[in-house]
Every structure is written in structure tokens, then in C-alpha cells.
Design a protein around this ligand. Structure first.
Ligand code: UD1
Length: 421
């Protein structure tokens, strides 16, 4: 298993090119199932989760052609309608095949995702939505088995669906299902994340009729079929935010290239509150830090609130910033796994249920630590970059799920990170 060895306390300086967003690319690759024509995608990041998605789609019969700059997916002949447990357990987003398969072919079978490191993560809202559109859903040997065979023309029926909680993949799954349903679907309490909008924009290019993207109510008028399209994936705001925090913690000066700053307002405003200079120009966000940081209080929330996927990185920042701070996690119940590892590096953090209170102003020290999930791993990298001495991070396969060329990109701006097997 690979490890990262990080020598800390180096100032980061230079340009970082931000990759395409993992959380937009995953549903968009899966949206290829909705059409028999080719979906051509640009700016797809090279990540473990993307490889898993390609493997899943290929196993179903999707033809995949890859060049350096273009990924072409063609779901002309689908022969297998099953997402097996060994793929679903490595990537929960596999649940997203349910909507497209059900709406185009009338049946699908997806292993039910179990809990994961950050919480129980149920999929009840997805399932209730499909049922509201007329699907019959049953459990069989740990799989969710869905069918529309009893419905007229084997098609889902448009419905009004009010989601009990804001869910990103839930909104995406139901939006994809509604594209080929019979009639109009009104989704209420939708996720407004830029990645949901990017998926919606791609679906519209494929011929879907969707209104209200980026608002709480999305209306989809079902059509008989979708066509091929070409689409470029939006930038990864979480990757960008991670590099910004790294620069802040190392008294660095970096330019994040390919960033639409209006999609990162909550993160940028917290960086400013921490005492970091943030300059926004066309497509570039420049970060300049003198290393004198003030810790910040924050509470995670659905977009446009502060993203849960940036919580762990700000936890690392707060350990070195001056002052006492509170971080409240409202999205996932068990998303403080990084805290114990940060404490091993010298952080002073006390957890009380979903609240973490941190006494900052520490100089972290290198240690051997273990990554537990994707963003927890990122927070350990940030802590290591600012720490005195050497940190060894074990189980970094989590990082490869979501950060493209992490050590290469960091080393290009002055970090010293080595990967060893
Ligand atoms: C997505 C992101 C993930 C991010 C999360 C929250 C992808 C591939 N992943 O995950 O990086 O951390 O949004 O921004 O886009 N819930 C239910 N029932 C459901 C669905 C969700 O109770 O059927 C709950 C979850 O347990 C959680 C909350 O709703 O407490 C939000 O989860 P959700 O937005 O669905 O997260 P994901 O889409 O899995």
C-alpha cells in the first residue's frame, strides 16, 4: 500500500492548475447511460473513482474511448443492468446508475451501499423518489431491484417529489430518471451545488428539458429519447479550496488557475476572515498569506453554505491559526475522523457530538498518521505541509480517489512530498 512522506514547513509558491470536478464528472459519465448516442467529455480528472465508474459502465456494455483530452462514452447496447457490491462498496456514487437505467430500460439492480467512514449515508430519498414516479422497488440479497415493467410503455411517470433533506446524488439520480419519464416531474428541496447544475447543463445539451437548475425547485419535462452531446466538466472547487488552505498554512503565495470564484464564495470568505489575501481575477484566484492566521468558526451546510468536503481542511488550518474556534458538522454524523490524527501531530481539539473546539496557535510536528477518508486525508496532507519535520501518511488510496496528481502538483509549487510503495 502506498504512503506519502512529507517534509513540512516549506512555503508554497507558484501556479496550480485545478482539475475537473470529481463530483460533477461521476454523474455526468453515468448520464451517458441515458442515450444510445455518444457523450463526449472534456476536462475529466484522472482519478481512482473515475476509473471505477468507467469499469462499472464498461461492464454494463458502454463503449469507452479515451484520448488525452477527450472521453467518449456510447451506451448503444446495454447488456448488464447490475451494479455489483464490489464496485458499489468502493464508490457509493454507483447508486447513480439506478435513475438512468430505470428510466431508459425499465429495470436496474444496484447493490445497496452500506455505511461508510463518515456516517450511515442512507439512500431512502432516492428510493422514495423512484417509487413516487411509479417504480416498484424491492430488496433482493442486498441489492436494490427496481422495475417499471408494470407501467404503461414501461416508462416512469412524472411526479411531484419533495425531498425530506437536501441530497446531492439524490437530486442528480431523480433528475436523470425524470429526463425520460412520461410527463413532468417537479423536484422540491433540491441540492444547488455547482456539480448538480453542471450535470443538468450536460443533460440539457443531450436534449433534456430542465428548468430551475441551481434553485430549490427543478422541473423536468420528460422526452422520448436523449441524444449525444459534448461537454466540459467544471473545475473542482474542493481541490481548489484544498490548495488555497495549503498556501494559507505555509505562508505561501499561489495562483489557482481555472477557478470560478463565484462558486467558492463561502470558502473564500472564511479564508479572508482567517487573514489571508484573496485576489480574484478572470478564472484565477490568487492566495497570499503571511502565515499569521486567525482561527475561524464555521458550520457546514448545503451549497451555497460552507461545504462539508472542506471541513477537515479548515480543521487543520484552525490548529495552527491563533485563537479558539468551533467547527460544527451538520451534514454527516461521523466526519471528525481526522481529529485524532491531527491531535497526534500536536493539535488541541475536543469533540462534543458534532462540534469540534480547537485551541489554535500550535506548531504541528511530523508524525506517522493514517488516512481514513478522502477529505480527512487531505487535512493530514495540509497539517504535514505546515508541520516541523517529517510526516508519513498511510492508506493514501483515499487521496487517489479524489485528488489528481496530488504530490506532483504540490511539489511543483515547492512542497516536498514523496510517494513510496
Ligand atoms: C455528495 C458528494 C460528497 C459530499 C456530499 C455533501 C458526490 C459523489 N458526493 O454525497 O462529496 O460530501 O454530497 O455535500 O457528489 N441522506 C439521507 N437519505 C438519502 C440521501 C442522503 O438521509 O437518501 C442524507 C445523508 O446521510 C447526509 C445528507 O443527506 O446526511 C446529505 O447527503 P448527500 O447530499 O446525499 O451526499 P452524497 O450525495 O452521498
Amino acid at each position: 500500500m502506498d504512503k506519502l512522506i512529507i517534509n513540512g514547513q516549506r512555503k508554497l509558491y507558484g501556479d496550480v492548475y485545478i482539475s475537473g470536478a470529481k463530483n460533477a464528472a461521476l454523474p455526468i459519465l453515468i448520464a451517458s447511460l441515458l442515450s444510445k448516442e455518444a457523450l463526449k467529455l472534456k476536462n475529466v480528472p484522472n482519478l481512482f473513482d473515475i476509473n471505477t465508474t468507467e469499469k462499472l459502465l464498461f461492464s454494463m456494455g458502454v463503449e469507452i474511448l479515451k484520448t488525452d483530452s477527450l472521453l467518449t462514452l456510447k451506451a448503444r447496447n446495454i447488456k448488464d443492468f447490475h451494479a455489483p457490491y464490489d464496485l458499489v462498496k468502493t464508490m457509493r456514487a454507483s447508486i447513480l446508475v439506478l435513475g438512468p437505467l430505470l428510466s431508459r430500460f425499465g429495470h436496474a439492480r444496484v447493490a445497496r451501499p452500506g455505511g461508510c467512514a463518515i456516517g450511515s449515508r442512507p439512500v431512502d430519498i432516492h428510493i422514495k423518489g423512484f417509487e413516487a414516479m411509479g417504480a416498484k422497488i424491492k430488496n433482493e440479497s442486498g441489492d436494490i431491484v427496481a422495475s417499471t415493467e408494470h407501467l404503461p410503455n414501461n416508462r416512469l411517470i412524472g411526479a411531484e417529489i419533495s425531498m425530506s433533506q437536501v441530497t446531492v446524488t439524490g437530486t442528480e439520480n431523480l433528475m436523470m430518471a425524470a429526463c425520460l419519464a412520461n410527463g413532468v416531474t417537479i423536484l422540491k428541496n433540491c441540492a444547488k451545488e455547482p456539480e448538480v447544475i453542471d450535470l443538468g447543463n450536460c443533460l440539457v445539451k443531450m436534449g433534456a428539458i430542465i428548468k430551475g437548475l441551481g434553485t430549490a425547485i427543478i422541473t423536468i419535462e420528460g422526452v422520448d429519447e436523449l441524444n449525444g452531446a459534448e461537454h466540459s466538466i467544471i473545475f473542482d472547487r474542493i481541490e481548489a479550496g484544498t490548495y488555497m488552505v495549503a498556501a494559507a498554512m505555509t505562508a505561501g503565495e499561489i495562483n489557482c488557475i481555472g477557478v470560478e470564484s463565484d462558486k467558492m464564495t463561502s470558502v473564500i470568505s472564511k479564508l479572508k476572515e482567517a487573514g489571508v489575501d484573496v485576489i480574484k481575477t478572470d478564472n484565477i484566484v490568487s492566495i497570499k498569506s503571511n502565515g499569521k492566521l486567525k482561527s475561524v468558526n464555521l458550520e457546514t451546510a448545503p451549497y451555497p453554505g460552507f461545504p462539508t468536503d472542506m471541513q477537515a481542511q479548515f480543521m487543520a488550518l484552525n490548529t495552527v491559526a491563533e485563537g479558539v474556534s468551533k467547527i460544527k458538522e451538520t451534514i454527516f454524523e461521523n466526519r471528525f475522523m481526522h481529529v485524532q490524527e491531527l491531535i497526534r501531530m500536536g493539535a488541541d481539539i475536543v469533540i462534543n457530538q458534532n462540534l469540534a473546539v480547537s485551541r489554535g496557535g500550535k506548531v504541528l510536528e511530523g508524525a506517522s498518521v493514517m488516512a481514513t477518508d478522502l477529505r480527512a486525508s487531505a487535512s493530514l496532507v495540509l497539517a504535514a505541509l505546515s508541520a516541523k519535520g517529517t510526516t508519513v501518511i498511510d492508506r493514501i488510496y483515499h487521496l487517489d480517489r479524489g485528488y489528481e496528481n496530488l504530490e506532483k502538483k504540490f511539489n511543483q509549487i515547492g512542497a516536498h512530498i514523496e510517494r513510496v510503495s
